[in-house]
Design a protein around this ligand. Structure first.
Ligand code: C2O
Ligand code: CU
Ligand code: CU
Length: 487
């Protein structure tokens, strides 16, 4: 547990990334800006078809943005120039999308974290050619959670996400309605998509990873929130809920608030935790989400509190400033309820598993390649066959620990599985920390880590992916396919 929150965090890659960052000709994160309000992605409006299906329309296209005043950046977005609208659905909804690709290249739209039929998943098999429209349709059949969507073609995922193609996908249900937590989207229930970027002087995104940057993941020196550099957010209420997504390509962030403002984690990737968990900081690898509650009780009007993000090489960025709109009285017991249950999570019994599999992630596969079980992704090959209705335990190992913790091949990886959520059984033999004891779809593995997960494969047959969610690794082939088959 200590290991996951602190020890390893400062070590990796410092020397190499310093050598590669080539600061000349690049824009830097301002030390203090906080002059523009945090943009909040709009909620996508649906039309309701005669049979009750909610129909959503999105267009992926290129655009232009001024992230730095006076310098324009070529971007891409859904229904806009950068990022996409928030898709807000309810459990039990039948939804259909009309996704038009107006990009110059083929793309796809994957519903990260969703339990949907394989043909609707938006993975590498569901490409949308330029000019084409893709219309997936599915039932929302999972609990309230903060999911997200992004392109998923090989090998263009990393570059397309970098240009701005990503958005949130929020599911609500009767249970989330009943919880006494902030839930006014954009007011006290705030989406935060955190992404690091590198910009050239003229404002262009400097995306072009070389071999070492593919190996270590492409890392930026500007950290944006919802596509803005150092925005502020006016806090009208003492208790704020944040839906935090690490939407970076490869940077792992440790988030904390300055001057020790207390906060709790209330949800992980796939739903609410059993109870609110008090935290001092939280680490999210690319693709992971967490919902947090922050308590501003006792702060005075015009006080500020900054949200900080620290990279694994130890640089810390001030990424968002909360400004108190009024003075908030301190509730002696605090505004966060740590006592009441938030969710009842049925632990999947390990005894239910009928099969175990092992996945070894390596940065030193054949030919210095990024591999899982020694293989690179091949769309024509099914790596694992899983039987529908079964439960399995998967052991995942980050075998990139060779050369010691300071070694050049000492790369963190993550493991993401499509087709819904799993639970973590143990991390290096120990129970997961409370913030990772709920529903997960992506898990971080530091070099040498060994993690066991348990998952049910229900409802749908077909081909799904598992992969490292460091996007440069994913595009380089650190991915495999499992097919769910009727027994
Ligand atoms: Cu978020 Cu297979 O991806
Ligand atoms: Cu996914
Ligand atoms: Cu990786």
């Amino acid at each position: 547990m200590i290991k996951r929150t602190s020890v390893l965090f400062l070590i990796p890659l410092l020397l190499l990334s310093a050598a590669l960052s080539g600061a000349a000709g690049r824009r830097e994160q301002p030390s203090e800006a906080f002059s523009a309000a945090l943009p909040v992605p709009p909620v996508l409006e649906a039309e309701t078809a005669a049979d009750g299906t909610k129909v959503y329309s999105m267009t992926a296209r290129e655009g232009v943005r001024e992230f730095f005043p006076g310098a324009s950046t070529e971007t891409a977005g859904y229904n806009g120039s950068y990022l996409g609208p928030t898709i807000l659905v309810r459990r039990g909804d039948r939804v259909r999308f009309r996704i038009k690709n107006e990009l110059e290249d083929a793309t796809s739209v994957h519903w990260h974290g969703a339990h949907v039929p394989a043909e609707m998943d938006g993975g590498p098999h569901q490409g949308i050619e330029t000019g084409a429209v893709w219309s997936p349709e599915f039932l929302i059949d999972q609990e309230a959670a903060t999911l997200w969507y992004h392109p998923h073609l090989i090998p263009t995922t990393a570059e397309q996400v970098y240009r701005g193609l990503a958005g949130l996908f929020i599911i609500e249900d009767e249970h989330s309605d009943s919880l006494d937590i902030p839930s006014e989207y954009g007011t006290d229930d705030i989406p935060l998509i955190v992404q690091d970027r590198k910009f050239d002087r003229d404002g262009t995104f400097a995306y072009g990873p070389g071999m070492p940057e593919i190996m270590h993941g492409y890392q930026g020196n500007v950290v944006m929130v919802n596509g803005a550099i150092q925005p502020y957010l006016d806090a009208d209420k003492p208790l704020i809920r944040l839906r935090l997504l690490n939407g970076s390509n490869s940077s792992i962030f440790r988030f904390r608030f300055e001057d020790g403002v207390s906060f709790a984690q209330i949800a992980s990737d796939g739903g609410f935790l059993g109870k609110a968990v008090a935290m001092e900081n939280i680490i999210l690898s690319p693709g992971e989400r967490a919902e947090l509650l922050i308590d501003f009780g006792g702060r005075k009007r015009n006080d500020t509190v900054d949200l900080l993000a620290e990279t694994s090489s130890g640089e810390e960025y001030r990424i968002l400033r909360f400004r108190m709109k009024k003075s908030f009285t301190a509730d002696a017991s605090g505004a966060i309820d740590y006592g009441s249950p938030l969710n009842s999570i049925e632990k999947i019994p390990p005894g239910e598993a009928s099969r175990e599999r092992r996945f070894v992630m390596s940065s030193m596969g054949p030919g210095g390649r990024l591999t899982i079980n020694g293989k690179r992704m091949d769309m024509g090959r099914i790596d694992e066959r899983v039987s529908l209705g079964s439960t399995e335990i998967w052991t995942i190992e980050n075998g990139s620990g060779m050369g010691g913790r300071m070694g050049m091949m000492n790369t963190p990886h993550s493991f993401h599985v499509h087709d819904g959520q799993f639970q973590i059984l143990d991390i290096n033999g120990a129970a997961p920390p409370p913030g990772e004891a709920g529903w997960k779809d992506t898990v971080l593995l530091w070099p040498g880590d060994r993690i066991r997960i348990i998952k049910r494969f229900e409802d749908f047959t077909g081909i799904y992916m598992y992969h490292c969610h460091l996007l440069e690794h994913e595009d380089a082939g650190m991915m495999g396919q499992f097919e769910v088959l009727s027994p």
